[in-house]
Design a binder for this molecule. Structure first.
Ligand SMILES: [Zn+2]
Length: 171
């Protein structure tokens, strides 16, 4: 019995080594075409998912969080197959992930690496946390001014409510 088991394991090993292409497996560019967002703070992982509406995306989406990072301690990476980000999506990501890098993947390789930059004005991305704010009662796009980038501090154009990253509710 033990002998048989050993044989089985051996056969399996050979099989795997034939199939695996180490380069593709280890590289960040394991998707053929699309976008890899790296250096996301772990607590912003699902905010980025929300911003990009990945729950509706039909291509491959892989989300890895609590990964070890030299610069951040822990970080998250999101890979999205078959999607390139718009400028507005990139600046939305910058609000919740100011150190994120956006890698554009073509044919399994990183074609371009973009370091996000937090915009000075944030239009129609974040909900105002003040229940009395006019933006919560009328159909007006929200507008916030970025007072501080990291940690984030924004101020509502309409009611002057200040909000930090923990108050952010993405529209
Ligand atoms: Zn407001």
């Amino acid at each position: 019995m033990p002998k048989r088991k050993k044989e089985k394991i051996k056969a399996k090993k050979v099989d795997i080594s034939q199939k695996v292409e180490p380069k593709k497996q280890l590289s960040i560019s394991a998707i053929q075409e699309g976008t890899v967002i790296d250096h996301i703070p772990t607590d912003a992982t699902f905010k980025v998912v929300e911003i990009l509406q990945l729950q509706k995306h039909h291509g491959v989406v892989s989300i890895a969080t609590n990964l070890e990072s030299k610069s951040m301690g822990k970080k998250a990476i999101i890979k999205v197959g078959g999607k390139s980000l718009t400028e507005s999506e990139v600046s939305k990501i910058a609000i919740v992930a100011p150190d994120a890098t956006v890698n554009i993947i073509k044919n399994f390789a990183v074609k371009e690496k973009i370091k996000v930059t937090t915009p000075d004005v944030v239009d129609n991305v974040v909900k105002c946390s003040n229940p009395r704010c006019i933006t919560n009662h009328e159909k007006i796009a929200t507008r916030f001014y970025v007072m501080k980038k990291d940690p984030l501090k924004i101020k509502c154009h309409y009611c002057e409510r200040s909000m930090g990253k923990n108050d952010l509710e993405i529209i």
